[in-house]
Write a protein that binds this ligand. Structure first.
Ligand code: UDX
Length: 445
């Protein structure tokens, strides 16, 4: 099938590469000429495990092309995917200017039947707006060309995106046009050999499904984070509670991990956007409003523990920080809880030495000139000589340090773990004072 992907960012690139991998002829369009040139050389601008070989292989096979030429890209695909950014506006609603601009580009250049597919996360009703914009462009050219607009939201997780695309839990397709449905069904059939995974519905339901799924996951996290605070007060251990709750198949084990709050490019933005939509419709989403507030509070949870342990002023104290990315297997620091942690500790006069296995370049770009913050080249170096070690991201390589050696590196044997990675018994045994989230404090022996 001939496919065009408008927007070669995270969603666009992964979708384009994986659709080419399945044998389709894919052209990816972007306005950034430098990005397109380096992609044509097989260089991938984002850190995503497994993506680079898929791109390289398909570029070499001639199934994947990158271009800045809008007319050529519109000519190429019968399916025109829109995968551009929808950053939050000042009021929290999704900014649709790039989506609508992409739609205009299609309307300006199309000469034959197209299915325009929204892959970007967009508020309910966007498919209608895309349709209106394309109609406007066609009218101003004085021509009539048939087209359909469909909604096909993306559920990729950063760090696991290729696998998620190639073996999806479900593919949601919303369309109100038979011909479009048939084409999309054919496109996704090889990804969904287990038929029930392809879920067909109307466009508005598809648009809402994406927000509903992310809002539900965010709700689980905030709920567990609030329970963790209660567990601390009543002397319970949230890890035991999580295990006990998660064994009920109606609850399930995923997304029940208490920590320092959710971050990333999706949850914070999508929760805000859904709240905005609900507000516009005068429908109260009180549960979700609380989810967002609880998450803002949660990003400070380690700061509160550090202040309770060391006092309001952290002058003269040095902390080692393990993990900067908002989660493992990505260098993405958008809305990362580590950013709040760093800012709050520096504000109180502490000095910080940070290390992340892949996000160092991104951290230097964002925080390079921040006084009081330095960067270490290894995890050990970050911990060395510090008054406490802080863990903000659950990278595998942080999960089983040599505790005795860690104790030797630290000036004071104190660990604040924002991801509940360690066994309190082992911490006590190693003589480390251990503060986790929702668990009893372990005193140093
Ligand atoms: C998410 C959705 O999972 C994905 O389906 C959607 O398409 C985009 O948004 P992503 O943002 O890549 O994906 O990350 P995800 O793995 O979902 O984690 C989001 C945040 O929640 C991270 O900050 C993570 O640390 C946090 N989290 C996750 C918890 O704090 N506890 C958990 O139990 C799970």
């Amino acid at each position: 099938m001939k496919i065009t992907i408008i927007g070669s960012g995270y969603v666009g690139l992964v979708s384009g590469a994986c659709l080419a991998e399945m044998g389709n002829d894919v052209m990816c369009l972007d306005v950034d000429a430098r990005k397109i040139a380096s992609l044509n050389d097989g260089k991938v601008p984002i850190h995503e495990p497994g993506l680079e070989p898929v791109i390289r292989r398909n570029v070499e096979a001639g199934r994947l092309h990158f271009t800045t030429d809008t007319p050529a890209a519109v000519r190429h695909g019968t399916l025109q995917f829109i995968g551009v950014g929808t950053p939050p506006d000042e009021d929290g609603s999704a900014d649709l200017q790039y989506v609508l601009e992409a739609a205009r580009g299609i309307g300006r250049h199309m000469t034959d039947y197209k299915v325009i597919v929204n892959k970007s996360t967009v508020p309910v009703g966007t498919a209608d707006r895309v349709e209106a914009v394309v109609r406007e462009e066609l009218a101003s050219r004085g021509i009539e060309v048939e087209f359909a607009v469909a909604s096909n939201p993306e559920f990729l997780k950063e760090g696991n995106a290729v696998e998620d695309f190639m073996k999806p839990d479900r593919v949601i397709v919303g369309a109100n046009d038979e011909r479009a449905l048939l084409l999309l069904r054919a496109l996704y059939a090889p990804f969904c050999r287990n038929r029930e995974r392809l879920v067909l519905m109307d466009r508005r339901s598809a648009e809402l499904t994406k927000y509903a799924a992310n809002a539900m996951l965010a709700t689980r996290i905030s709920f567990m984070n609030e329970l963790a605070a209660l567990a601390e007060r009543v002397g319970a251990d949230i890890e035991a509670v999580r295990h006990g709750m998660g064994s009920d198949p109606r609850i399930g084990t995923h997304f029940l991990y208490a920590g320092i709050g959710y971050g990333g490019s999706c949850f914070p933005k999508d929760v805000k956007a859904l709240l905005r939509t609900a507000h516009e419709q005068s429908v109260p989403l009180e549960v979700l409003a609380a989810v967002e507030n609880a998450n803002e509070r949660q990003k400070r949870v380690l700061v509160d523990k550090i202040v309770a342990r060391f006092g309001e002023s952290l002058d003269g104290l040095q902390f080692g920080l393990w993990g900067l990315a908002f989660k493992p297997n990505t260098d993405d620091m958008r809305e990362a809880p580590s950013l709040v942690l760093i800012a709050e500790l520096l504000r109180r006069g502490a000095r910080l030495k940070a290390y992340d296995p892949v996000a160092m370049a991104e951290a230097r770009r964002r925080l390079g000139a921040t006084s009081g913050l330095s960067f270490a080249t290894t995890a050990d170096e970050a911990a060395k000589g510090c008054d406490a070690l802080l863990v903000a991201t659950e990278w595998l390589q942080f999960r089983s340090p040599d505790f005795a050696q860690l104790r030797g590196l630290l000036r004071q044997p104190v660990v604040f773990d924002g991801r509940n990675l360690y066994d309190p018994v082992l911490m006590a045994d190693a003589g480390l004072e251990y503060h986790a989230v929702g668990r009893p404090v372990v005193e140093a022996a």
